[in-house]
Ligand binder design. Sequence first.
Ligand SMILES: Nc1ncnc2c1ncn2[C@@H]1O[C@H](COP(=O)(O)OP(=O)(O)OP(=O)(O)O)[C@@H](O)[C@H]1O
Ligand SMILES: [Mg+2]
Length: 264
Amino acid sequence: MKDARVAFGGVRALDGVSLTVQDGQLLGLIGPNGSGKSTLLAAISRMIDLSSGTLTMEGRDYTNAPAHLANALGIARTFQTVRLLRTMSVLENVMLGAQAEWVRRGPLATWLWLSRARREEKRARRAAQQALERVGLKDLGRRHPQELPYGPARKVEIARALACEPKLLLLDEPTAGMSQAEREEVGILLSELSKDGLAQVLVEHDLAMIQRVCNRVVALNFGQVIAEGLPAQVAADELVREAYLGHRDAGMEASAPMMEIGRQ
Ligand SMILES: Nc1ncnc2c1ncn2[C@@H]1O[C@H](COP(=O)(O)OP(=O)(O)OP(=O)(O)O)[C@@H](O)[C@H]1O
Ligand SMILES: [Mg+2]
């Protein structure tokens, strides 16, 4: 992403952001509420248009590509709030992420391509099952999302994003609302994915988690990058501390074991 700008009416949600994520890098993205973190993920995954700037994936410009092409290039994301389809099983929800052609083509084309569609469906089912195993939910595929507690439901979303075997995974506060034990599990999962070479951007308000799992951190404020570097450096940065203080009454202690900033 180079010099990206996004405006909503008069609000400059992204104001000249440049960012690169390497293979295997787990990049933490922090910043106070409304600083542009979710907008950044939406821009990278082509869910919203840039007003200027460019997007490239492995050297290929996809600034104006449709969202499904960004996905085909290997970019997957999770959302800040749970978005699972209640009428489908957990496994089927995850299969939706597997980029199955039989889902994209629709029923008529699927009928015309029946044998191929069957193969595709099998492949998607296998990928979805593997993704569920990866997040530690292999026995929950037949259940429905509304039967799951909140923490596992959020993990299903991570599985759905993993099911297309992405090269870049964008996570918008994946552990918000989870128990401490669940947060730690997700932290370990993200570290393992990073060791396997997956590039990740993690939006997270829990600075302790950021310091534990991320190898680089970018801090945003008012749509601009205000600090960038190693987690401890960024947490100690004067501008970052001021940005958070401007949004909170209380002070900020980067070293606090379970620091929650902003959204609860
Ligand atoms: N669809 C939209 N229409 C209008 N304004 C929007 C829209 N989405 C975001 N904004 C505005 O853009 C700015 C950045 O919002 P964004 O959601 O990216 O922040 P954020 O850093 O993810 O915040 P949070 O920590 O609360 O999730 C905010 O001022 C927000 O009000
Ligand atoms: Mg957000």
